[in-house]
Design a protein around this ligand. Sequence first.
Ligand code: BGC
Length: 494
Amino acid sequence: IDQSINKSTIMAKEEITLSQPLQRNLDTFQNEFWVSKEKLHEIIDVFVQELKKGLHDNDDPYQIPMNPTWVMDYPDGSETGDYLALDLGGTNMRVVIVHLLGNHKFTKVQTKYRLPDHIRTTRKREELFGFMAECLGKFLKEQNPDGIPEGKTFPLGFTFSYPTTQSKIDSGVLQRWTKGFDIPGVEGNDAAALLRDEIEKREIPIKLVALICDTTGTLVASRYTDPDTIMGVIFGTGVNGAYYDVVADVPKIHNQLPDDISLATPMLINCEYGSFDNKHRVLPRTKYDVQIDQESPRPGQQAFEKMTAGYYLGEIIRKILLEGYETGYLFKDLAQDSEGAKKLAKDYILDSSFLSNLESDDTPDLAESKKEFETKLSINTTPEERLYAKKISAFIGTRAARLSICGISAVCQKMNYRKCHVAADGSVYMKYPHFPERAAKGLSDVFGWDGIKEEDHPIKIVKAQDGSGVGAAVIAALTHARNVKGLSLGLKQN
Ligand code: BGC
């Protein structure tokens, strides 16, 4: 096992010493969570096979979906126009008006709306889509205090970051909910149509022109400003990646291609690789990963996401801490009927900010972590327990970062990309301490860049432009341009 990972990223606190049993226990976790170079190669080989299989057919609901998005042009930064974008995220919803100025430049105005807490699992789909339409209406009113000019319609790009089957650019049938969403009546239905209905009911002057995913938006927005970008990836509440392939390599759409789309036409593919290895052939799952999967609303789905995405990282450490408590390693004075014990037993009470905060605590006796345990779990900790939890966080965070780059490596291998930029967005990439360095180290291990400085790595993960807003706008602009030219934007209609 390569111990070097943690040397730079976990500051051992000289003043805190772990007892032998706790240290032994920690060593076991380190082994279990470490993904070696050899294992990364093994995973990437299977990943490449799965990417190809997904482009070939839709036969298997457990394979990577590899969804064609009907974005068939590369932006060149000259696109102009004003577009609305609506982004449904895990915890917030954003409405953005983007002014594309050409010359790779844009300006934007945005408002964030907090999603009502229960909405992830509401029983009424109208509540979610109605809420989105309401926010759009409110936003337009605020932006047009003197009233909306008669006859004006705003083109909208809808960022709906869940796997959808698109037969054309302005529709998307939800394949399955991810990231803890579980609202009946949406899977198997066109999410664009559901939103359109609610917009029409309220007579809001908006035309939904494109449905996109955050990864797709990230790629296109970053490419609008940086032509070296070949992939858009999200390391956030969920994980996923998107890249441009060519139609020739997407056999599953060949028998319904309109005449103006040739085999040489580029096709942006939303991989939806959060569902990589749903058959559990190669990912090194621990018993905690297995439990998280079994207890989730969609067992058997999103195997890769469940080990790497922000939505699950807090739950992994909670399970480990709970086990430590139940077996008598941790929190020895915590009474069984205490507030702390109850909180610790509560599913998903911790999110990835818990691990982030522990990992970034460099105070001598981990005083920040002490507060973190008190506020989030109502538990009084010893310095030793805090150091233990900090190290466990680093194992979980490092595993997530190293696994995350397998999707990037597989796409680069398939497309033979040797030197390029990968645009990354998402809370984990942007906020989780050391995640970018750990991911870069993972890529370096895979491609053998030992001794090359991170800034000189040939494949570089860079911070993305705001994909869900600007990307949706650029895609709406590309769609508009195709419409003007009378070009197809989807499968041949029978
Ligand atoms: C969704 C993807 C999305 C990713 C990141 C996954 O759960 O299925 O569509 O891109 O999360 O938000």
